[in-house]
Design a protein around this ligand. Structure first.
Ligand SMILES: NC(=O)c1ccc[n+]([C@@H]2O[C@H](COP(=O)([O-])OP(=O)(O)OC[C@H]3O[C@@H](n4cnc5c(N)ncnc54)[C@H](OP(=O)(O)O)[C@@H]3O)[C@@H](O)[C@H]2O)c1
Length: 318
C-alpha cells in the first residue's frame, strides 16, 4: 500500500505556516500538497511539494486542489462573518468528499470548555460549532482540533492594547476571573503537524473521529496578563471594565472595526466569565513531548521582539 498523501490549506497564514514548517521534517515532501488561495504567495517549500490553487469560495478549485490526497488539513477561514465562514468550510468538506479525501483535520477554536461540549456563548465560536457538526455528519473520518487561544493574540482580548504606545489602561467588558489557557501559535502548529502525520502513518490513530483540545499549561486571567505586561514594560497597566457601548469606542482599532463587530466580540467576555477558555488539557504537552510554553515566556519574547523591531525603526527610519 502506498503512503497516504496530505493536503494542507492556510500555509501562508500564522497557524498553517507553522504546520508546514514542522511537517516538512516529519514526512517525505512527495507526500505533501499545499492548497493556496493565492498561489503567487506560495512560501518556500522543498522540491517535491506540490502547490495548487484552492479557494474556499470556489468549490471546483478545491476539488482539483485536494485530488490524490487522503488527508486534508482544513484551516478555518479567517473571518468573523458567521454564514460566509460556514459556507466556505462546507465548500471545502464537500469538495474533499468528491476528491476522495478520507480524513479531515479541522482547526476549530478553544471556546466551549471541555472538548465534549458544543455549547458556547461566544460569537466567534458559532461558525466553528456549525462546521464541527457538519463535519461529524459528513461520513468522512475527522479530527477536530480546538486550537488554544494564541498567546500572541493577547491584544485582541486586552482591549487592543498596543505595547508600543504609552497607554497604561486597557478597557474591556467584564471578563470575570475565567482565565485563558493561552497557547503559543507555533507550538499549536507543531502539534497539529504531529497529529496529522500520526494519522497518516498509524492505522490505529487514537484521535480518529474525535474532538481534541490543545491548550497551554495554565489558565491566565486578563488581569494577570496586564500584570505581566506591567512588569515587562515597566509601567503599571490596569484593566478597566465598561459597558459594551463604551467598549465599542474605547480604542481606535475597535472603532475602525465598527459597533457591530464590537458587540459580537464583546460576547467573548461572557464566554471567558463562564470559563469557556480556561480548561487546561494535557494533550498539547503529550504531543509535543515537553511542557508547552507558559504565557509569561511568550509575552517576554513578544515584548523583546517588539523592542528590537522598534529599535531598528528608530535607528534606520531617519
Ligand atoms: N486560536 C486562536 O487564538 C485564533 C486567533 C485568531 C484567529 N484564529 C483563526 O484560526 C484560523 C487560522 O489562524 P491563522 O492565524 O493561521 O490565520 P491567518 O494568518 O489569517 O491565515 C488564514 C489563512 O487562510 C487563507 N485564506 C484566506 N482566504 C481564503 C480563501 N478564500 N480560500 C482559501 N484560503 C484562504 C489565507 O491565505 P492568504 O494568506 O492568501 O490570505 C491564510 O493562509 C483562522 O480562521 C483564524 O481566524 C484563531
Amino acid at each position: 500500500m502506498s503512503a497516504s498523501r496530505i493536503v494542507l490549506t492556510g500555509s501562508t497564514g500564522g497557524l498553517g505556516s507553522s504546520v508546514l514548517k514542522h511537517i516538512q521534517s516529519l514526512i517525505d515532501p512527495s507526500r505533501l500538497i499545499i492548497s493556496l488561495y493565492n498561489p503567487s504567495k506560495a512560501p518556500n517549500v522543498p522540491e517535491g511539494v506540490e502547490v495548487r490553487k484552492g479557494d474556499y469560495s470556489d468549490a471546483s478549485s478545491l476539488e482539483d486542489a485536494f485530488k490524490g490526497a487522503q488527508i486534508l488539513l482544513l484551516v478555518s477561514y479567517p473571518s468573523i462573518a458567521h454564514e460566509l465562514r460556514v459556507k466556505n468550510h462546507i465548500n471545502a468538506i464537500d469538495a474533499a468528499k468528491r476528491a476522495g479525501i478520507t480524513h479531515i483535520f479541522y482547526t476549530s477554536l478553544a471556546f466551549a470548555g471541555p472538548p465534549t461540549s458544543s455549547e458556547s456563548v461566544a460569537a466567534v465560536m458559532r461558525a466553528h460549532i456549525d462546521t464541527e457538526a457538519y463535519l461529524k455528519d459528513s461520513g468522512l473520518n475527522f479530527t477536530i482540533i480546538r486550537e488554544g487561544i494564541y498567546s500572541e493574540s493577547y491584544p485582541l482580548y486586552l482591549g487592543f492594547f498596543d505595547p508600543t504606545s504609552s497607554s497604561t489602561e486597557v478597557t474591556i467588558p467584564d471578563d470575570g476571573d475565567g482565565g485563558i489557557a493561552w497557547a503559543s501559535r507555533d507550538e499549536l502548529g507543531e502539534a497539529t503537524a504531529k497529529l496529522i502525520v500520526q494519522a497518516a502513518d498509524d492505522t490505529s490513530f487514537q484521535y480518529r473521529n474525535k474532538t481534541v483540545l490543545l491548550t497551554g499549561p495554565e489558565a491566565v486571567p486578563l488581569n494577570a496578563v496586564a500584570s505581566i505586561l506591567s512588569r515587562l514594560l515597566d509601567r503599571n497597566i490596569t484593566v478597566k471594565h465598561v459597558e459594551v457601548d463604551e467598549y465599542a469606542t474605547s480604542s481606535k482599532a475597535l472603532s475602525k472595526l465598527g459597533p457591530e463587530f464590537a458587540k459580537l466580540w464583546a460576547t467573548t467576555y461572557i464566554a471567558l466569565k463562564q470559563g469557556e477558555c480556561a480548561v487546561v488539557d494535557p494533550l498539547l504537552g503529550l504531543v509535543l513531548g515537553r511542557r508547552p510554553k507558559e504565557m509569561h515566556a511568550v509575552l517576554e519574547q513578544l515584548i523583546l521582539d517588539t523592542r528590537s523591531a522598534q529599535g531598528s525603526i528608530d535607528q534606520y527610519a531617519k
